[in-house]
Design a binder for this molecule. Structure first.
Ligand code: FMN
Length: 164
């Protein structure tokens, strides 16, 4: 049974967490890129507004064939208490029907639960089954500390048991 980690990351924190996760559980990994520029202070406000309104964006890859995978991890940064637009778009485009899904989000401090809840709702109506979820706080943490936290989560939550 093959597992895959799908993630979006603007400032590489979710990327670092996703890579560590994929290493720990021996999963494939696919980065979802947002083709809309999201860098700079003004863009931060737009990004938050897009997230709140769940405005779709152009993503790469436009389509991912999930048929080879039974267990799919989906990771997003929390943006204004919501998943990033690239992840909302990916959930709409990719086919989660019949898939087991584990969700995770990285965040500065708040809005994590709400973000996970929204992803759950969207994946469940598309026929995916949520197994579990977790949050990784990133504020003030160095990249090696984020990796360490992911490793601890994998152990605490026995994530290696799934999809073997
Ligand atoms: C547009 C935007 C909105 C954000 N909103 C929140 C928020 O509501 N709550 C929070 O705890 N962190 C928030 N953050 C911080 C990110 O969730 C956090 O730094 C995350 O780990 C970044 O992941 P990345 O490096 O993969 O992009 C926000 C960041 C951005 C860019």
């Amino acid at each position: 049974m093959k597992n895959v980690v799908l993630y979006y990351s603007r400032t590489r924190k979710t990327a670092v967490a996703s890579k560590k996760l994929a290493d720990e559980i021996s999963a494939d990994i696919i980065e979802i890129e947002d083709l809309k520029s999201r860098s700079g202070a003004l863009k931060y406000i737009n990004a938050s507004m897009d997230a709140v309104r769940e405005i779709k964006t152009d993503i790469k890859p436009e389509m991912v064939d999930l048929r080879d995978y039974n267990l799919i991890y989906v990771g997003t940064p929390v943006w204004a208490g919501k998943p990033a637009p690239a992840i909302i778009t990916a959930i709409d485009k990719y086919n989660f029907q019949g898939k087991d899904v584990i969700l995770f989000a990285t965040l500065g401090g708040s809005g994590g639960k709400k973000t996970i809840k929204r992803m759950e709702e969207k994946i469940e109506v598309r026929g995916g089954r949520i197994i579990t979820s977790f949050l990784i706080k990133t504020s003030g943490k160095k990249m090696h500390e984020i990796r360490e936290e992911v490793k601890n989560k994998v152990e605490e939550m026995d994530l290696k048991i799934y999809g073997v």
